[in-house]
Design a protein around this ligand. Structure first.
Ligand code: IPM
Ligand code: MN
Length: 370
């Protein structure tokens, strides 16, 4: 079978490599079963790349990322590199990939699997059947705005600056992704900003409304202040379908939404660029959980978010919908067996390691597609 789908695998730091190892087993399974095959190239990113090359993302790796069909990303960061200057911090590796690949739309679904209802800190009736999609703008706003930096003032004080900035086109292109996705879901978009205190928020609100009125009147659009949205997410999350928001608010709100699902260890994400003339878009898939240095190397991390990120890759980059369903069903079935990594542990369930969770998913895959 022709392996024409090129994946760049970047396990990174902390629990990244161990969760990615389990994803590798799923990829191998697809290959062995001759269901779908991939050319997987692995490289370093984050602290691991810094230790070897003195930079969190080598030029060569950046080039590979630009040329492949999809990047599968683990996690970056750790206490070991905390005191490095910003320019070479592990996180810069990820931010550079996002920026240079122009991955402006970050899709973060928060979906509650029935067997995990009891693992959430919220009451079952609040989260049962929850299925929301947060779309976070990923290449603008405070993360990249200029001016930025730390300077020393004449009186000896230091001054730290970051800039929140958005242009019309940046707002519109991510808004489009939100409206298009809503049309395939429950047809509701909630646009989130702080238009009451920020000019960039006012612009965000106006542009979203204009875009809606011009092209997406069939979709229900509402606006919400970000602080209220944080509150509504824990009060009554099922009121939402698609939430679209800026880079910084999206970072915060998606962590909050992740916790509704029981654990950060369950939340996958896709970061997408604009489609080119052939409909192909650059893409990076990563679990939302981060590097979790406290449990790194202990075979204790939850590999499911990374596996679900692979499912998103199958769906969005390769149009392999059935294969994506197979992965998602295998994950659900593994949970139904009662196996739990410690982050989603519940009374009466069986505590398992990262590898054992991988085993369970592989066995379920085998049952579905054997
Ligand atoms: C995320 C992470 C990143 C972010 C870090 C690792 C740079 O928290 O993907 O949510 O802040 O965007
Ligand atoms: Mn985050």
């Amino acid at each position: 079978m022709a392996a024409n789908r090129k994946i760049l695998s970047l396990p990174g730091d902390g629990i990244g490599p161990e969760v990615m190892r389990q994803v590798g087993r799923v990829v191998e399974w697809f290959d062995k079963k001759r269901i779908a095959s991939f050319d997987v190239v692995e490289d370093l990113v984050g602290g691991a790349a810094y230790d070897k090359y003195g930079t969190p993302l080598a030029e060569e790796t950046m080039k590979k990322a630009q040329e492949c069909d999809a990047v599968l990303f683990g996690a970056v960061g750790g206490t070991k590199w905390d005191s490095l200057p910003f320019a070479v911090k592990p996180e810069r590796g990820l931010l550079r990939l996002r920026k240079e690949m122009d991955l402006f739309a970050n899709l973060r679904p928060a979906l509650v699997f029935d067997p995990l209802i009891g693992a959430s800190t919220l009451k079952p009736e609040i989260i049962e059947g929850l299925d929301i999609m947060i779309i976070r703008e990923l290449t603008g706003g405070t993360y990249f705005g200029e001016p930025r930096g730390i300077t020393t003032l004449p009186d000896g004080q230091r001054r730290g600056v970051n800039t929140q900035v958005y242009t019309t086109s940046e707002i519109i292109r991510v808004g489009r992704v939100a409206f298009e996705l809503a049309r395939k879901r429950s047809n509701k978009v909630c646009s989130v900003e702080k238009a009451n205190v920020m000019e960039s928020g006012q612009l965000w609100r106006e542009e979203m409304q204009k875009l809606h009125d011009a092209e997406y009147q069939d979709v229900e659009l509402s606006h919400m202040y970000a602080d209220n949205c944080a509150m509504q997410l824990v009060r009554n999350p099922k009121q939402f379908d698609v939430i679209v928001t800026d880079n910084l608010f999206g970072d915060l709100l998606s962590d909050c939404a992740a916790m509704l699902t029981g654990s950060l260890g369950m939340l996958p994400s896709a970061s997408l660029g604009a489609p080119d003339s052939s409909g192909r878009r650059k893409a990076l898939y990563e679990p939302v959980h981060g590097s979790a240095p406290d449990i790194a190397g202990k075979d204790a991390a939850n590999p499911l978010a990374c596996m679900l990120s692979l499912a998103m890759m199958l769906r969005y980059s390769f149009d392999l919908k059935e294969e994506a369903d197979v992965v998602e069903t295998a994950v659900k079935n593994a949970l139904n067996r009662g196996v739990r990594t410690r982050d989603i542990m519940q009374p009466g369930m069986t505590a398992v390691s990262t590898t054992e969770m991988g085993n369970a998913v592989l066995e379920e895959l085998q049952k579905i597609g054997g």
